[in-house]
Design a protein around this ligand. Structure first.
Ligand code: KIV
Length: 301
C-alpha cells in the first residue's frame, strides 16, 4: 500500500533544515500505534521503556530481543504514516559488531521495523557503521543512557560539567559520522542540546533536553498521564488518561454491582422493562420471573 506523506529516513533528515519539528512517541501495541499515527506523530518508537511501562520492571535491562520483535510486529500493524523504530535491547549489540548486525537484522525481518535505535556514541560507532552498511537505518542515543543506569548511578542528567558535555557532543558527532540518520539526546542541559543540534547535520530528538532540538520524544504512557511510578521534570501530561481509566473502571464496577449494566441495549432480546425481582420460593430457591431470551439463531454472534 502506498501511503501519502509516509515518513521516511530522507523525509526526516530534510526536516532538520526545513522543519516542522519532528514528533516521536513511544508505542508498544497496535491500538496505541493507530491512535498516535492518527494524531500525527512522525515516528513511533518501540522503546525498551516497555520493560518499565508495560512489563512493570524497574529498568529497561530485562527486555529481550524477542520482546522487541513481538511488540514491533504489533506496532507495525497499527502504523500507517509514521516511521516505526525499535530499540535494540540491552546486550543485543554490546557484545560485538556481528551480534549487533544479527540482532538488527532480526528486528527488521521479524519485527517489522523500519529502523533501529541503540544507546551510546563513540563506543558503538563501529557497530552503527556496520548496521547502516547493511541497509538498516540507525537512530543514535546520547546523554542519559537508560541501559547504563547502574553505571551512571541512576537516571541522572548528563553533561553538566565541561568534560562530560564534551563527551556527549563527541558521541553525537561519532554517530553522525558512522551514518546514523538521527540522534536522541536525553536528559542534558538545554545549552548542550542546542550545541549538539548546531554541530551535527542529522536531526536531534530531545527528551529532557530543551526546545532547541529538531524534534522531541515522549513515552506514550507519560504523554497520556498513565504512568505514575516515575515522573521526571521533563514529562508533560497532555491528558490525564490514567485518572480517566480509574474513574471509568469504578463506574463499571458500580454498574455491575447495581445491575445497571448490561442494559437492554447491551443484550440480545432482553426486555427494556426490568423484570420484577424474583420472589424467593418456600424452599429458598430463586425462580426467575422472565427466563433469559437470547433471540433467534444468529443474534448472539
Ligand atoms: O526506551 C525509550 O522509550 C526511549 C525513549 C524515551 C527515548 O529510549
Amino acid at each position: 500500500m502506498v501511503v501519502k506523506d509516509k515518513i521516511t529516513v530522507p523525509a526526516l533528515r530534510a526536516r532538520k533544515a526545513r522543519g516542522p519539528k519532528i514528533s516521536v512517541v513511544t508505542a508498544y501495541d497496535a491500538t496505541f500505534a493507530r491512535l498516535f499515527d492518527e494524531g500525527g506523530a512522525d515516528v513511533l518508537l518501540v522503546g525498551d521503556s516497555l520493560g518499565m511501562v508495560v512489563q512493570g520492571l524497574p529498568t529497561t535491562l530485562g527486555v529481550t530481543l524477542d520482546d522487541m520483535i513481538y511488540h514491533g510486529r504489533a506496532v507495525a500493524r497499527g502504523a500507517t504514516r509514521a516511521q516505526v523504530v525499535g530499540d535494540m535491547p540491552f546486550m543485543s549489540y554490546q557484545t560485538g559488531v556481528v551480534p549487533a548486525l544479527e540482532a538488527a537484522g532480526r528486528m527488521m525481518k521479524e519485527g517489522g521495523y523500519e529502523a533501529v535505535k541503540l544507546e551510546g556514541g563513540e563506543l558503538y560507532a563501529e557497530h552503527v557503521r556496520a548496521i547502516v552498511r547493511a541497509g538498516i537505518p540507525v537512530m543514535g542515543h546520547v546523554g542519559l543512557l537508560p541501559q547504563s543506569v547502574h553505571a551512571m548511578g541512576g537516571f541522572k542528567v548528563q553533561g553538566r560539567d565541561a568534560a562530560s558535555a564534551e563527551r556527549v557532543l563527541s558521541d553525537a558527532r561519532a554517530l553522525e559520522q558512522a551514518g546514523a540518520y538521527a540522534v536522541v539526546v536525553e536528559a542534558v542541559p538545554w545549552e548542550l542540546a542546542a550545541r549538539i543540534t548546531e554541530a551535527v547535520s542529522i536531526p536531534t530528538i530531545g527528551i529532557g533536553a530543551g526546545a532547541a532540538c529538531d524534534g522531541q520524544v515522549l513515552v506514550g504512557y507519560d504523554l497520556l498521564g498513565m504512568y505514575a511510578e516515575l515522573r521526571p521534570k521533563f514529562v508533560k501530561h497532555f491528558a490525564e488518561t490514567g485518572r480517566a481509566i480509574v474513574d471509568a473502571t469504578r463506574a463499571y464496577v458500580a454498574e455491575v454491582r447495581s445491575g445497571a449494566f448490561p442494559a437492554a441495549e447491551h443484550a440480545f432480546g432482553m426486555p427494556r422493562e426490568r423484570p420484577a425481582a424474583p420472589e424467593p420460593t418456600g424452599s429458598g430457591a430463586v425462580v426467575q420471573a422472565t427466563p433469559p431470551r437470547y433471540g433467534p439463531a444468529g443474534e448472539e454472534s
